[in-house]
Write a protein that binds this ligand. Structure first.
Ligand SMILES: Cc1cc2nc3c(=O)[nH]c(=O)nc-3n(C[C@H](O)[C@H](O)[C@H](O)COP(=O)(O)OP(=O)(O)OC[C@H]3O[C@@H](n4cnc5c(N)ncnc54)[C@H](O)[C@@H]3O)c2cc1C
Length: 503
């Protein structure tokens, strides 16, 4: 039986997959597409994560879509509101009808002779489904859905209490009146501590080293003012641009003047916690602002919990778990009934889908990222990989617009294959992400590289990227285009040494 063929196959029905589908159906209306989703529901991250207080740490005017105004009162939104927003968007544009649930993609093989991918997905029953597509669009997020990262600690087996990871939050976990230790200092820990402090007897955030934490109002008064006076879409667009520009301004300032930025950030923490709190030990990171993502405390909730005596921060290292809690290297003991390991995600680009091009496996680590979305020598495949220093969706939408431009360009000229080719030997390899966060450093050897120059370099700059993706030449001399029956592409991961097609 011949496999069903689609023009575009999107993998993943989270924020980026729903956004990708919107652009495919509006900009390429004749294309037949489907979304394969491994889970039974739309929403990805915002459905998976169920821990107390789960929320965004960027504003929803930029984390939400440009084409779908954010209507909630809070700009820093809780997980359930974000999930509803994604589902409502999918329903409003009829995207939900194109999602095939319970299809976990595990392999995709490109054939240059047929100019198509054969994609293999497994259903929960074990049934294997094969589809073919002309373009594969990976919107599968950036981390492993199977489980988060937990370091190995001594004595864990003797701990009499409960240990939970935020990625697998037990629905019935009752921590009311209990002593809770949250291990970690990233966004998840900073979210969990004040949220759990509302019911727990006490919550201790146990961190090996501090992170920058910035208090920010959960509501955006300027946004509310504009929304009350202007048509919804106009207000949404203006607030989105305001937040983009403010984000870029502060990011640039902090990167250019790290010492000043550090002083100011710490001054703000001191103002929140008062002169007696040891900010030096607990809130002064060893790195510069934006070497890792800053953590947000909406309305200063973490600081308020600390000031109220409901939460505490301990900066130390775990020596061993004991039956009653955790013994620290300093010799201190932290009694605990519940330990939450907010120790991070396992980064997994393209969710570990095995790719092959003309019979040869693709090792992503040997490829170079092209325009932050495609990969050298891998034809007709884009991945929605968002920003690390701004809202994920800002970049994913730019990528979606670029993909639709690319598809329309190919249709107009009769091309069936597009492959980024690294033919310029003077382009040097660089790490693809410049953050020092643990989950990125652990995964760096599995990730593609970026190049020292466009179109192989990522700028993490929304304005530059807008120009590149929306106005830059599609046929940029690096992308090789082929018509049906033209010579097959050389093997994946290896530079072919042939010039790009110049129509
Ligand atoms: C707790 C948390 C808070 C965050 N907050 C922010 C924030 O405030 N701002 C920000 O910019 N970013 C934030 N992020 C990053 C966040 O993941 C993205 O913003 C965004 O939700 C990612 O959307 P996505 O659709 O690309 O990926 P995901 O939400 O991960 O969705 C991917 C989808 O693909 C499916 N999938 C994966 N692999 C396969 C496969 N092989 N076959 C079929 N289906 C598959 C998954 O089941 C899932 O539904 C946060 C992340 C977490 C974990």
């Amino acid at each position: 039986m011949t496999a069903e063929h689609l023009d575009v196959l999107i993998v993943g029905a989270g924020l980026s997959g729903i956004g990708a589908a919107y652009y495919i159906q509006t900009q390429c209306p004749t294309k037949r597409y489907a979304i394969l989703e491994g889970r039974d529901t739309i929403g990805g991250t915002w459905d998976l994560f169920r821990y107390p207080g789960v929320r965004s740490d960027s504003d929803m005017y930029t984390l939400g879509f440009s084409f779908r105004p954010w209507r909630d009162a809070k700009a820093i939104a809780d997980g359930p509101s974000i999930l509803s927003y994604i589902r409502e968007t999918a329903a409003a544009y009829g995207i939900d009808r194109n999602v095939r649930f319970g299809h976990r993609v595990r392999r995709a093989e490109w054939s240059s002779a047929d100019a198509r991918w054969t994609v293999e997905a497994v259903r929960e029953s074990g049934e294997v489904v094969r589809l073919t597509c002309s373009f594969l669009y990976m919107c599968s997020g950036y981390y492993d859905y199977e489980g988060g990262y937990t370091p190995e600690w001594r004595g864990v087996e003797q701990f009499a209490g409960q240990i939970v990871h935020p990625q697998q939050w037990p629905e019935d976990l009752d921590y009311a009146g209990k002593r809770v230790v949250v291990i970690g200092s990233g966004a998840t820990a900073v979210t969990l501590v004040p949220a759990m402090a509302e019911q727990a007897a006490n919550v201790t955030m146990l961190q090996r080293s501090p992170t920058y934490v910035v208090a920010q109002p959960a509501k955006d008064p300027a946004a509310d003012w504009l929304r009350a006076r202007l048509p919804e879409r106009l207000a949404h667009g203006l607030v989105r641009w305001k937040n983009v520009l403010m984000g870029m301004y502060f990011y640039t300032l902090m990167r250019r003047q790290p010492a000043l930025a550090k002083r100011n950030l710490l001054k703000l923490v001191r103002a929140e916690l008062g002169p007696d709190f040891d900010v030096e030990t607990h809130f002064t990171p060893r790195y510069n602002p934006w070497d890792q993502r800053l953590c947000l405390a909406p309305d200063g909730d973490l600081f308020a919990a600390i000031k109220a005596g409901k939460a505490a921060v301990v900066t130390d290292q775990i020596d061993t778990f004991t039956p009653g809690g955790i013994r620290l290297r300093s010799g201190a003991e932290l009694p605990a009934d519940v330990v939450v390991t907010a120790t991070g995600l396992v980064m997994r680009l393209m969710s570990g889908v095995q790719l092959a091009v003309d019979g040869r496996p693709v090792d992503l680590a040997q490829t170079m990222s092209y325009k932050g979305t495609m990969f050298s020598d891998v034809p007709n495949l884009a991945a929605a990989i968002g920003y690390t220093q701004a809202s994920w969706t800002l970049k994913c939408e730019l990528i979606a617009r670029y993909v639709t431009r690319l598809l329309n360009y190919m249709d107009r000229r009769g091309f069936v294959q597009c492959t980024p080719r690294k033919t310029d030997p003077s382009v040097a390899e660089e790490p693809v992400i410049n953050l020092t966060s643990g989950y990125i450093q652990r995964a760096l050897s599995t990730l593609p590289k970026q190049g020292s120059r466009r179109p192989w370099k990522l700028y993490q700059n929304y304005i530059l990227d807008t120009l590149t993706y929306r106005l830059g030449k599609v046929d940029d001399g690096t992308m090789e285009f082929k018509r049906r029956g033209e010579r097959p592409a050389p093997r994946a991961g290896v530079s072919p040494g042939s010039a790009a097609h110049q129509p």
